[in-house]
Write a protein that binds this ligand. Sequence first.
Ligand SMILES: [Zn+2]
Length: 364
Amino acid sequence: MKSGTKSIDLGGRRLIAMRDVQDAVTAGATSIVAAENCVVTPSARDFLQQHGVELVTEKSAGGSQQAAQPASSAIAGPSVVNRRLFSTPEAEAIKKEICSVGRKLWMRQFVDGNGGNISYRIGPNEVLCSPTLVSKYDLTPDDIGMTDLEGVQIAGAKPRTSELLLHLEIYKVVPEAKAVVHCHPPHATAYAITGRVPPNLIIPEFEVFVGKVAVSPYETPGTQAFAETVLPYVKSHNTVLLSNHGIVCWADTVTHAEWYAEVLETYCWTLMLAAQLGAPISRISEEQGSDLLAIKKKLGLPDIRFDASRMKECQLSDLEVPNSIALEPTPCDGPTGRSGTTTDGDLESLVRSVTDAVMDAMEK
Ligand SMILES: [Zn+2]
């Protein structure tokens, strides 16, 4: 072994996840040995690549080692990039749409400074996205860049937003997600900083377009750990409150993802105004709520209440707290039903959902 190099043997593992590679890098590893049949999660591969750590596969226990493919050729998603997608008529139209959505976010005070970001998955491995350090009000089509699904920029003059990693994790696990909008609308963010969710069955539009909102745990924005906080929630929620930060929405188009941000923000704001009136807030009945869910299903929008196995824990509304506008998340709002610090259970479900995504991609 060359001097200054350190290899850490993880050959006994069937799964190597983010925590394993973080530990290895902290221990000073310059290469990691993994069994040939071991699953390495996409984010763990990204992390290794970012830290210049080589991934070496071991043919069989005690067998000869061979250099693995570079960490950049992640299992999830195709690795071929089509640069031509960046200047197609479709891309030009979407760049304009991203700019007009950026302006809407700013005009509605959903973003501040250079905050917020917008992306669109234009190809299987290609994502158009807003740049870092530009106010969403000032965006022009020339500011929009393109990256691959691992966040490597492949086109565009301005560097991509660091929060794109959050968008990419959503694209990797939710095939229906074509667009992601992240912003900081004040009333919804007020919920996010209290770790509470709004009650359901009060306003039909909210029920149909958003419905149950999850709360993901806090991590430092822009990091891979932050990006992964939403993984347990995004398959069954199109809108997630990001603890102590803001919100993220995904949809089939950039415009629709921004609509969901508007619907959630207006709902949270309206509830706060209603609470000030001091009169009881009336509810839509469970039966009428079922009608709304049927409309939602027809529109192809996700809702955790469609999951029959979870219906017991997720009744349509939250009638046991008649006049509260800020509820503790329930199991229906996500796998743990809690926000805040990450527990072993959170990590386990995180690893499980990443592994599922990897397995899905491998099967394809
Ligand atoms: Zn943010």
